[in-house]
Design a protein around this ligand. Structure first.
Ligand SMILES: O=C(CO)[C@H](O)[C@H](O)COP(=O)(O)O
Length: 148
C-alpha cells in the first residue's frame, strides 16, 4: 500500500518517526514534506499536496501531522474526495475507516506520543471500509454534498 505523509513544523518530528515506522512495516511512503524543521512553515502548504494526492489516488491513504492536528483536518477536508479526521483514540482510528471510509488520518505532534501515534496509524491502515448498507448510504450522502 502506498501511503502519503506530510507535516508542518508542529508535526515534523512525529512525521519523521512515522515515516520510519511505516517503512519498517513494508509500506511505500511518499513524503510531501516538510523536509526540514522550519518554524515559519504553514500547514496548508504541506497538507494540501498530500490531500490532493489522496483525492487523485496517487496514494491510497494519507497521514497528516501538525501541532494539534486541527489545522491539518480542516484543510484536508476542503479537498473533494478526502475524508479526514483528527484522531486521538485507537477506536476512532479504525472505526473511522470501517464506518466512514476515512482516507486521511490527522494527528497532533504536540499532543500524541510517538508510540501511541504509531498504534493509531497502524490501526487506520489495517482497517477496511465495511461496505455495510447503512454506511454506504451515509457515505453516498457525503459524496453528494461534495457535488453541490
Ligand atoms: O497545530 C497547528 C495547526 O492546527 C500548527 O502546527 C500550529 O498552529 C503551529 O503553531 P506555531 O506557528 O505557533 O508553532
Amino acid at each position: 500500500m502506498k501511503i502519503g505523509i506530510a507535516a508542518d513544523h508542529g508535526g515534523f518530528e512525529l512525521k519523521e518517526t512515522l515515516h520510519d515506522f511505516l517503512t519498517n512495516l513494508g509500506y511505500e511512503v511518499v513524503d510531501y514534506g516538510a523536509y526540514r524543521l522550519d518554524s515559519l512553515d504553514d500547514y496548508p502548504d504541506l497538507i494540501i499536496p498530500l490531500a490532493q494526492a489522496v483525492s487523485s489516488r496517487d496514494v491510497e491513504r494519507g497521514v497528516a501531522v501538525c501541532g494539534s492536528g486541527v489545522g491539518a483536518a480542516i484543510v484536508a477536508n476542503k479537498i473533494p474526495g478526502v475524508r479526514a479526521a483528527l484522531i486521538n483514540d485507537h477506536f476512532s482510528a479504525h472505526q473511522g475507516v470501517e464506518d466512514d471510509d476515512m482516507n486521511l488520518i490527522c494527528l497532533g505532534g504536540r499532543i500524541t506520543g510517538n508510540r501511541v501515534a504509531e498504534e493509531f496509524v497502524q490501526a487506520f491502515l489495517e482497517a477496511k471500509f465495511s461496505g455495510a448498507e447503512r454506511h454506504l448510504r451515509r457515505l453516498k450522502k457525503v459524496i453528494e454534498l461534495e457535488k453541490r
